[in-house]
Design a protein around this ligand. Structure first.
Ligand SMILES: NC(=O)C1=CN([C@@H]2O[C@H](COP(=O)(O)OP(=O)(O)OC[C@H]3O[C@@H](n4cnc5c(N)ncnc54)[C@H](O)[C@@H]3O)[C@@H](O)[C@H]2O)C=CC1
Ligand SMILES: O=C([O-])CC(=O)C(=O)O
Length: 308
């Protein structure tokens, strides 16, 4: 199993590290545009192998895509992150060009690759890959909901003073400060609805804190987060590489599902060796349907800024 990660920055390197530590891939290739950077990150990570007990071979290259040839899965994290006070949508001007070039170079050398798009604004970047490449839609996956759901569970556990392993919950919709739809009515603690433990007001606060999870960290760190994003990407890569048939909310191209068309947005999917193997239709309340519709309108507006 060969995995390429483009962008050896904060998220790309974190993702490569988690993939290596989980030890399911034979090879990880890091690619960056900055001279020597991916090579340096790869060497540093390889020097953790004997300490962390993995056999995955990690190599780096400055833009030589021939080294990525035959990749089964590739992750696109190349591009700029936001700074405090910015929205993800403001990154479109620079990141769209990068994602377009990178996806085309990856596919040229690995025509059967499954692509995981991370660069922001992620739903629009996923849509861009869908519109500008010939990959089938099951092989184009946007990562956002897996991360947002992990943050939702963190906030729920915090509010209930419960261990996170007791909590289950999911966030669908667009990966944006306003567009996320935390499914509070479906979230549970050991199969008991969280509304049994938390007041409506506290649950609303949990949902609000979840939606600005990325912005909160950007404010604290001065740039956006990388540990949880890297872990979320590695979980998706593992689900595909190990044919786990796990369910995650991912951004995928919709053709009528959830009443939406011609858009990539976060919905629950089953991930296995064929990438997105199924889109799962979860029954939503009227309020959740309205929020999903509003979220889709936001993503469509950002898609309109693309020059395809
Ligand atoms: N979808 C999600 O849930 C998340 C998305 N992100 C996004 O991921 C992206 C990366 O974030 P960070 O790793 O924090 O940024 P970073 O600045 O640490 O790393 C980005 C790397 O991409 C490289 N790069 C730029 N253009 C390139 C090109 N054409 N080819 C190869 N490499 C290139 C840069 O040299 C840099 O090393 C950002 O757009 C950020 O907003 C970050 C966290 C979560
Ligand atoms: O907040 C950002 O810009 C990066 C990101 O998508 C996240 O951490 O959720």
């Amino acid at each position: 199993m060969k995995v390429t990660v483009v962008g050896a920055g904060a998220v790309g390197a974190s993702c490569a590290e988690y993939i290596a530590i989980k030890d399911f891939a034979s090879e990880v290739v890091l690619v960056d545009i900055k001279e020597g950077y991916a090579e340096g990150k790869a060497m540093d990570l390889m020097q953790t192998a004997s300490l962390n007990g993995f056999d995955t071979k990690i190599t780096g290259t400055t833009g030589d895509y021939s080294k990525t040839a035959g990749s089964d899965i590739a992750v696109i994290t190349s591009g700029i992150p936001r700074k405090p006070g910015m929205t993800r949508e403001e990154l479109i001007g620079i990141n769209a060009g990068i994602v377009k070039t990178v996806s085309s170079s990856l596919i040229e050398h690995s025509p059967n690759v499954t692509l995981i798009v991370v660069s922001n604004p992620m739903d629009t970047m996923t849509y861009l890959v869908h519109k500008t490449t010939n990959l089938p839609k099951n092989k184009i996956i946007g990562m956002g909901g897996a991360l947002d759901s992990a943050r939702f569970k963190y906030r729920l556990a915090e509010a209930m003073e419960a261990p996170i392993s007791d909590i289950d919950g999911m966030v669908i919709g667009g990966h944006s400060d306003k567009g996320m739809v935390p499914l509070t009515s479906h979230a549970t603690r050991n199969s008991i609805r969280v509304s049994e433990f938390l007041s409506t007001e506290r649950l609303e606060q949990v949902a609000a804190d979840t939606k600005v999870g990325g912005a909160t960290l950007t404010g604290l760190l001065g740039t956006s987060a990388w540990y949880a994003p890297g872990a979320a990407v590695s979980a998706l890569v593992q689900a595909i590489a190990c044919d786990q048939k796990k369910m995650f909310p991912c951004s995928t191209y919709l053709e009528g599902e959830y009443g939406l068309n011609d858009i990539c947005i976060g919905v629950p999917v089953i991930l296995g060796k064929n990438g997105i193997e199924k889109i799962v239709d979860v029954p939503l309340s009227d309020a959740e349907k309205a929020k999903m519709q509003e979220s889709a309108e936001g993503v469509t507006k950002t898609n309109g800024l693309l020059e395809i």
